[in-house]
Design a protein around this ligand. Structure first.
Ligand code: UD1
Length: 352
Protein backbone atom coordinates (compact mmCIF):
# COMPACT_ATOMS: atom_id res chain seq x y z
CA UNK A 1 0.00 0.00 0.00
CA UNK A 2 1.39 3.39 -0.98
CA UNK A 3 0.24 6.32 1.16
CA UNK A 4 1.16 9.84 0.13
CA UNK A 5 0.99 12.57 2.80
CA UNK A 6 0.41 16.20 1.85
CA UNK A 7 1.54 18.91 4.26
CA UNK A 8 2.34 22.56 3.75
CA UNK A 9 1.87 24.76 6.78
CA UNK A 10 3.30 24.76 10.29
CA UNK A 11 0.32 23.18 12.08
CA UNK A 12 0.39 20.24 9.63
CA UNK A 13 3.79 18.99 10.65
CA UNK A 14 2.93 17.88 14.20
CA UNK A 15 -0.11 16.06 12.81
CA UNK A 16 1.91 14.26 10.12
CA UNK A 17 4.66 13.02 12.46
CA UNK A 18 2.64 10.51 14.53
CA UNK A 19 0.71 9.16 11.52
CA UNK A 20 3.96 8.60 9.66
CA UNK A 21 5.41 6.74 12.66
CA UNK A 22 2.35 4.59 13.21
CA UNK A 23 2.20 3.59 9.54
CA UNK A 24 5.94 2.88 9.44
CA UNK A 25 5.41 -0.01 11.88
CA UNK A 26 3.12 -1.78 9.38
CA UNK A 27 4.35 -4.24 6.79
CA UNK A 28 3.89 -3.45 3.14
CA UNK A 29 3.21 0.25 3.62
CA UNK A 30 5.23 2.65 1.48
CA UNK A 31 5.01 6.34 2.38
CA UNK A 32 5.76 9.50 0.44
CA UNK A 33 5.75 13.05 1.83
CA UNK A 34 4.81 15.98 -0.37
CA UNK A 35 5.46 19.44 1.11
CA UNK A 36 3.56 22.08 -0.81
CA UNK A 37 5.90 24.85 0.32
CA UNK A 38 3.01 26.94 1.70
CA UNK A 39 5.29 27.66 4.66
CA UNK A 40 8.91 27.95 3.56
CA UNK A 41 10.87 29.88 6.23
CA UNK A 42 13.22 27.51 8.11
CA UNK A 43 11.67 28.52 11.44
CA UNK A 44 8.14 27.81 10.13
CA UNK A 45 9.02 24.46 8.53
CA UNK A 46 12.50 22.81 8.58
CA UNK A 47 12.98 23.03 12.33
CA UNK A 48 9.64 21.28 12.87
CA UNK A 49 10.66 18.39 10.61
CA UNK A 50 13.91 18.03 12.57
CA UNK A 51 12.37 18.16 16.03
CA UNK A 52 9.49 15.86 15.12
CA UNK A 53 11.82 13.33 13.50
CA UNK A 54 10.08 13.59 10.14
CA UNK A 55 12.33 12.80 7.16
CA UNK A 56 12.84 15.51 4.56
CA UNK A 57 9.93 15.62 2.10
CA UNK A 58 10.25 13.49 -1.03
CA UNK A 59 8.78 16.31 -3.07
CA UNK A 60 8.65 20.06 -2.37
CA UNK A 61 6.20 21.93 -4.59
CA UNK A 62 7.70 25.28 -3.46
CA UNK A 63 4.45 27.13 -4.02
CA UNK A 64 5.18 29.92 -1.52
CA UNK A 65 2.85 32.75 -0.56
CA UNK A 66 0.14 34.44 -2.58
CA UNK A 67 -3.55 35.22 -2.56
CA UNK A 68 -5.81 32.31 -1.69
CA UNK A 69 -6.61 31.68 -5.34
CA UNK A 70 -2.98 31.90 -6.40
CA UNK A 71 -1.73 29.67 -3.62
CA UNK A 72 -4.50 27.07 -3.95
CA UNK A 73 -4.27 26.97 -7.74
CA UNK A 74 -0.47 26.82 -7.59
CA UNK A 75 -0.60 23.82 -5.26
CA UNK A 76 -3.24 22.12 -7.43
CA UNK A 77 -1.26 22.47 -10.65
CA UNK A 78 2.00 21.28 -9.15
CA UNK A 79 0.42 18.57 -7.01
CA UNK A 80 -1.46 17.08 -9.95
CA UNK A 81 1.80 16.34 -11.74
CA UNK A 82 3.41 14.97 -8.57
CA UNK A 83 0.52 12.67 -7.69
CA UNK A 84 0.20 11.34 -11.25
CA UNK A 85 3.89 10.58 -11.16
CA UNK A 86 3.83 8.81 -7.76
CA UNK A 87 0.51 6.95 -8.19
CA UNK A 88 -0.36 6.45 -4.49
CA UNK A 89 -3.24 4.26 -3.36
CA UNK A 90 -4.31 6.86 -0.82
CA UNK A 91 -3.52 10.53 -0.15
CA UNK A 92 -3.73 11.86 3.40
CA UNK A 93 -4.36 15.57 3.98
CA UNK A 94 -4.17 17.32 7.35
CA UNK A 95 -6.18 20.05 9.01
CA UNK A 96 -7.78 23.03 7.34
CA UNK A 97 -5.05 24.81 5.44
CA UNK A 98 -5.04 25.68 1.74
CA UNK A 99 -2.64 22.78 1.07
CA UNK A 100 -5.24 20.28 2.31
CA UNK A 101 -8.18 21.51 0.23
CA UNK A 102 -6.02 21.92 -2.89
CA UNK A 103 -4.71 18.34 -2.72
CA UNK A 104 -8.14 16.90 -1.90
CA UNK A 105 -9.66 18.61 -4.92
CA UNK A 106 -6.96 17.29 -7.25
CA UNK A 107 -7.38 13.74 -5.93
CA UNK A 108 -11.16 13.82 -6.18
CA UNK A 109 -10.95 14.68 -9.89
CA UNK A 110 -8.31 12.01 -10.51
CA UNK A 111 -10.31 9.47 -8.49
CA UNK A 112 -7.49 8.90 -6.03
CA UNK A 113 -8.71 8.07 -2.53
CA UNK A 114 -8.33 10.85 0.05
CA UNK A 115 -8.20 10.58 3.82
CA UNK A 116 -8.74 13.71 5.92
CA UNK A 117 -6.99 13.84 9.27
CA UNK A 118 -8.77 16.27 11.66
CA UNK A 119 -12.11 16.11 9.86
CA UNK A 120 -15.46 17.47 11.00
CA UNK A 121 -14.38 20.60 12.89
CA UNK A 122 -16.67 23.56 12.27
CA UNK A 123 -16.63 27.16 13.49
CA UNK A 124 -19.84 27.85 11.50
CA UNK A 125 -18.14 31.06 10.42
CA UNK A 126 -17.69 31.20 6.66
CA UNK A 127 -15.72 34.44 6.82
CA UNK A 128 -12.85 32.24 8.02
CA UNK A 129 -10.88 30.83 5.06
CA UNK A 130 -10.22 27.64 7.03
CA UNK A 131 -13.95 26.98 7.41
CA UNK A 132 -14.32 26.89 3.63
CA UNK A 133 -11.35 24.53 3.44
CA UNK A 134 -12.89 22.25 6.09
CA UNK A 135 -16.29 22.09 4.41
CA UNK A 136 -14.90 21.34 0.96
CA UNK A 137 -12.22 18.88 2.10
CA UNK A 138 -14.74 16.86 4.11
CA UNK A 139 -17.16 16.66 1.18
CA UNK A 140 -14.37 15.30 -1.03
CA UNK A 141 -12.71 12.88 1.39
CA UNK A 142 -13.29 9.11 1.25
CA UNK A 143 -12.12 8.47 4.81
CA UNK A 144 -12.60 11.05 7.59
CA UNK A 145 -10.72 10.91 10.89
CA UNK A 146 -12.30 13.06 13.60
CA UNK A 147 -10.65 14.29 16.81
CA UNK A 148 -13.83 14.56 18.90
CA UNK A 149 -17.49 13.60 18.81
CA UNK A 150 -18.70 17.04 17.70
CA UNK A 151 -16.84 16.34 14.43
CA UNK A 152 -18.91 13.20 13.83
CA UNK A 153 -22.14 15.09 14.48
CA UNK A 154 -21.17 17.90 12.10
CA UNK A 155 -20.30 15.45 9.34
CA UNK A 156 -23.52 13.47 9.81
CA UNK A 157 -25.48 16.71 9.53
CA UNK A 158 -23.74 17.46 6.24
CA UNK A 159 -24.77 14.09 4.84
CA UNK A 160 -21.42 12.29 5.03
CA UNK A 161 -21.96 8.53 5.17
CA UNK A 162 -21.34 7.06 8.61
CA UNK A 163 -19.04 4.31 7.30
CA UNK A 164 -16.54 6.93 6.14
CA UNK A 165 -16.19 8.56 9.58
CA UNK A 166 -13.77 7.30 12.23
CA UNK A 167 -13.49 8.94 15.64
CA UNK A 168 -9.79 8.45 16.37
CA UNK A 169 -8.87 11.33 18.70
CA UNK A 170 -6.38 14.12 18.32
CA UNK A 171 -3.15 13.46 16.42
CA UNK A 172 -1.70 16.83 17.44
CA UNK A 173 -1.88 15.64 21.03
CA UNK A 174 0.04 12.48 19.99
CA UNK A 175 3.05 14.69 19.18
CA UNK A 176 2.57 16.67 22.37
CA UNK A 177 2.49 13.52 24.51
CA UNK A 178 5.62 12.19 22.84
CA UNK A 179 7.70 15.36 23.05
CA UNK A 180 6.49 16.83 26.35
CA UNK A 181 9.27 15.18 28.43
CA UNK A 182 11.84 16.59 25.98
CA UNK A 183 10.18 20.01 26.15
CA UNK A 184 10.23 20.12 29.94
CA UNK A 185 14.00 19.57 29.94
CA UNK A 186 14.32 23.16 28.77
CA UNK A 187 13.20 24.42 32.20
CA UNK A 188 12.55 28.12 32.68
CA UNK A 189 15.30 28.96 30.24
CA UNK A 190 15.71 32.61 31.14
CA UNK A 191 12.06 33.58 30.75
CA UNK A 192 10.17 35.27 33.59
CA UNK A 193 8.58 33.47 36.53
CA UNK A 194 5.10 34.38 35.32
CA UNK A 195 4.11 35.55 31.86
CA UNK A 196 1.39 35.60 29.25
CA UNK A 197 2.29 33.78 26.05
CA UNK A 198 0.66 35.42 23.04
CA UNK A 199 0.22 34.26 19.45
CA UNK A 200 -1.75 36.07 16.81
CA UNK A 201 -2.05 35.43 13.09
CA UNK A 202 -5.70 35.17 11.95
CA UNK A 203 -6.37 37.49 9.01
CA UNK A 204 -9.48 38.73 10.85
CA UNK A 205 -7.27 39.91 13.72
CA UNK A 206 -4.12 41.14 12.01
CA UNK A 207 -5.00 42.28 8.50
CA UNK A 208 -7.13 45.25 9.53
CA UNK A 209 -5.18 48.12 11.10
CA UNK A 210 -8.00 49.16 13.43
CA UNK A 211 -8.54 45.66 14.80
CA UNK A 212 -4.83 44.95 15.23
CA UNK A 213 -4.35 48.26 16.99
CA UNK A 214 -7.14 47.47 19.48
CA UNK A 215 -5.68 44.05 20.21
CA UNK A 216 -2.25 45.59 20.64
CA UNK A 217 -3.68 48.12 23.11
CA UNK A 218 -5.22 45.26 25.10
CA UNK A 219 -1.91 43.41 25.15
CA UNK A 220 -0.09 46.55 26.28
CA UNK A 221 -2.61 46.74 29.14
CA UNK A 222 -1.89 43.09 29.99
CA UNK A 223 1.84 43.85 30.01
CA UNK A 224 1.34 46.31 32.88
CA UNK A 225 0.58 43.32 35.16
CA UNK A 226 2.35 40.48 33.49
CA UNK A 227 5.28 40.04 31.11
CA UNK A 228 4.05 39.29 27.61
CA UNK A 229 6.05 36.90 25.40
CA UNK A 230 4.90 37.21 21.82
CA UNK A 231 6.44 34.89 19.22
CA UNK A 232 5.20 36.65 16.11
CA UNK A 233 4.03 34.86 12.97
CA UNK A 234 5.69 36.38 9.85
CA UNK A 235 2.31 37.66 8.70
CA UNK A 236 1.74 39.48 12.01
CA UNK A 237 5.24 40.93 12.10
CA UNK A 238 4.76 42.29 8.59
CA UNK A 239 1.43 43.85 9.52
CA UNK A 240 2.84 45.47 12.67
CA UNK A 241 5.63 46.97 10.59
CA UNK A 242 3.35 48.00 7.71
CA UNK A 243 0.96 49.77 10.11
CA UNK A 244 3.91 51.35 11.96
CA UNK A 245 2.77 49.92 15.31
CA UNK A 246 5.04 49.89 18.33
CA UNK A 247 4.98 46.56 20.17
CA UNK A 248 8.31 47.00 21.94
CA UNK A 249 6.73 46.85 25.38
CA UNK A 250 5.88 43.23 24.58
CA UNK A 251 8.69 40.75 24.12
CA UNK A 252 8.25 40.11 20.41
CA UNK A 253 10.15 36.98 19.39
CA UNK A 254 10.72 35.15 16.14
CA UNK A 255 8.57 32.04 15.62
CA UNK A 256 9.63 29.46 18.21
CA UNK A 257 10.44 25.82 17.36
CA UNK A 258 7.95 23.14 18.44
CA UNK A 259 9.68 21.72 21.53
CA UNK A 260 10.54 25.15 22.94
CA UNK A 261 7.02 26.36 22.27
CA UNK A 262 5.47 23.44 24.17
CA UNK A 263 7.74 24.34 27.07
CA UNK A 264 6.68 28.00 26.85
CA UNK A 265 3.01 26.97 26.94
CA UNK A 266 3.50 24.56 29.82
CA UNK A 267 5.10 27.24 31.99
CA UNK A 268 2.83 30.15 31.02
CA UNK A 269 0.45 31.74 33.51
CA UNK A 270 -1.96 32.20 30.64
CA UNK A 271 -1.91 31.76 26.89
CA UNK A 272 -3.64 34.39 24.76
CA UNK A 273 -4.11 33.24 21.17
CA UNK A 274 -6.19 33.10 18.01
CA UNK A 275 -4.67 29.79 16.90
CA UNK A 276 -6.66 26.57 16.58
CA UNK A 277 -4.08 24.04 17.70
CA UNK A 278 -2.96 26.06 20.71
CA UNK A 279 -6.50 25.95 22.13
CA UNK A 280 -6.09 22.17 22.11
CA UNK A 281 -2.55 22.04 23.46
CA UNK A 282 -3.39 24.30 26.41
CA UNK A 283 -6.43 22.14 27.18
CA UNK A 284 -4.21 19.07 27.28
CA UNK A 285 -1.60 20.87 29.41
CA UNK A 286 -4.22 22.33 31.76
CA UNK A 287 -2.97 25.87 31.10
CA UNK A 288 -5.57 28.69 30.98
CA UNK A 289 -6.23 29.86 27.43
CA UNK A 290 -7.99 33.07 26.39
CA UNK A 291 -8.91 32.93 22.73
CA UNK A 292 -9.20 36.20 20.79
CA UNK A 293 -12.05 34.93 18.63
CA UNK A 294 -15.85 34.94 18.78
CA UNK A 295 -16.14 31.28 17.82
CA UNK A 296 -14.10 28.13 17.72
CA UNK A 297 -14.13 25.02 15.55
CA UNK A 298 -12.80 23.21 18.62
CA UNK A 299 -15.73 23.53 21.07
CA UNK A 300 -14.52 20.75 23.38
CA UNK A 301 -11.68 23.04 24.44
CA UNK A 302 -14.36 25.35 25.86
CA UNK A 303 -16.87 22.76 27.13
CA UNK A 304 -14.27 20.41 28.63
CA UNK A 305 -10.93 22.20 28.52
CA UNK A 306 -9.33 25.39 29.81
CA UNK A 307 -10.30 27.61 26.88
CA UNK A 308 -12.43 30.77 27.14
CA UNK A 309 -13.49 32.78 24.08
CA UNK A 310 -12.97 36.47 24.78
CA UNK A 311 -13.47 37.69 21.21
CA UNK A 312 -12.04 41.14 20.59
CA UNK A 313 -13.56 42.65 23.72
CA UNK A 314 -10.76 44.22 25.79
CA UNK A 315 -13.01 44.30 28.85
CA UNK A 316 -13.69 40.57 28.66
CA UNK A 317 -9.97 39.90 28.27
CA UNK A 318 -9.23 42.08 31.29
CA UNK A 319 -11.86 40.39 33.49
CA UNK A 320 -10.82 36.85 32.57
CA UNK A 321 -7.14 37.68 32.99
CA UNK A 322 -7.76 39.16 36.43
CA UNK A 323 -9.64 36.08 37.47
CA UNK A 324 -6.71 33.88 36.34
CA UNK A 325 -4.18 36.07 38.15
CA UNK A 326 -6.28 35.77 41.31
CA UNK A 327 -5.96 31.99 41.11
CA UNK A 328 -9.47 31.34 39.79
CA UNK A 329 -8.51 29.89 36.43
CA UNK A 330 -10.95 27.52 34.77
CA UNK A 331 -9.99 23.91 35.42
CA UNK A 332 -10.59 21.60 32.54
CA UNK A 333 -10.36 17.93 31.74
CA UNK A 334 -8.68 16.24 28.79
CA UNK A 335 -11.23 15.20 26.13
CA UNK A 336 -11.66 11.48 25.40
CA UNK A 337 -9.15 9.94 22.99
CA UNK A 338 -6.65 12.77 23.36
CA UNK A 339 -4.29 10.15 24.71
CA UNK A 340 -1.30 9.87 22.38
CA UNK A 341 -2.73 6.97 20.34
CA UNK A 342 -4.84 8.71 17.69
CA UNK A 343 -2.36 7.95 14.90
CA UNK A 344 -2.24 4.30 15.93
CA UNK A 345 -6.03 4.18 15.50
CA UNK A 346 -5.67 5.80 12.06
CA UNK A 347 -3.13 3.16 11.04
CA UNK A 348 -5.53 0.44 12.20
CA UNK A 349 -8.33 1.83 10.04
CA UNK A 350 -6.12 2.28 6.99
CA UNK A 351 -4.09 -0.90 7.12
CA UNK A 352 -5.00 -3.54 9.67
C1 UD1 B 1 -1.81 29.34 7.39
C2 UD1 B 1 -3.19 28.66 7.43
C3 UD1 B 1 -3.77 28.81 8.82
C4 UD1 B 1 -2.82 28.29 9.87
C5 UD1 B 1 -1.49 29.02 9.73
C6 UD1 B 1 -0.48 28.56 10.71
C7 UD1 B 1 -4.51 28.74 5.35
C8 UD1 B 1 -5.66 29.39 4.69
N1 UD1 B 1 -4.12 29.31 6.52
O1 UD1 B 1 -2.03 30.73 7.62
O2 UD1 B 1 -4.96 28.05 8.90
O3 UD1 B 1 -3.36 28.53 11.15
O4 UD1 B 1 -1.00 28.78 8.39
O5 UD1 B 1 0.67 29.34 10.63
O6 UD1 B 1 -4.00 27.78 4.86
N2 UD1 B 1 4.97 33.80 5.46
C9 UD1 B 1 6.33 33.88 5.58
N3 UD1 B 1 7.03 32.72 5.68
C10 UD1 B 1 6.45 31.50 5.64
C11 UD1 B 1 5.06 31.42 5.52
C12 UD1 B 1 4.33 32.59 5.42
O7 UD1 B 1 6.90 34.95 5.61
O8 UD1 B 1 7.17 30.48 5.76
C13 UD1 B 1 4.18 35.04 5.38
C14 UD1 B 1 3.91 35.46 3.96
O9 UD1 B 1 3.94 36.82 3.88
C15 UD1 B 1 2.49 35.00 3.73
C16 UD1 B 1 1.87 35.13 5.12
O10 UD1 B 1 2.94 34.83 6.02
O11 UD1 B 1 1.82 35.76 2.79
C17 UD1 B 1 0.74 34.20 5.34
O12 UD1 B 1 1.10 32.85 5.01
P1 UD1 B 1 -0.05 31.86 4.48
O13 UD1 B 1 0.52 30.50 4.30
O14 UD1 B 1 -0.76 32.46 3.34
O15 UD1 B 1 -1.10 31.81 5.65
P2 UD1 B 1 -0.93 31.81 7.24
O16 UD1 B 1 -1.39 33.09 7.76
O17 UD1 B 1 0.42 31.32 7.66
Amino acid sequence: MHILHVVGARPNFMKLAPVLRALSTRNNVRQTIVHTGQHYDANMSDVFFQQLGVPAPDVNLAVGSGSHAQQTAGIMTRFEAAVLDRKPGMVLVYGDVNSAVAAALVCAKLQIKVGHVEAGLRSFDRTMPEEINRLVTDQLADVLFTPSEDGDLNLAREGIAKEKIHLVGNVMIDSLVRLLPEALKHGRNGFPESYALVTLHRPSNVDDGGTLSEILQSLLEVSKNLAVLFPAHPRTRQRLEAFGMDARQLRVLDPVPYVEFINLQRNATVVITDSGGIQEETTYLGVPCLTLRDNTERPVTVSQGTNILVGKDPEKLRIELESILQGNAKRGTIPPLWDGYAAERIARVLVD
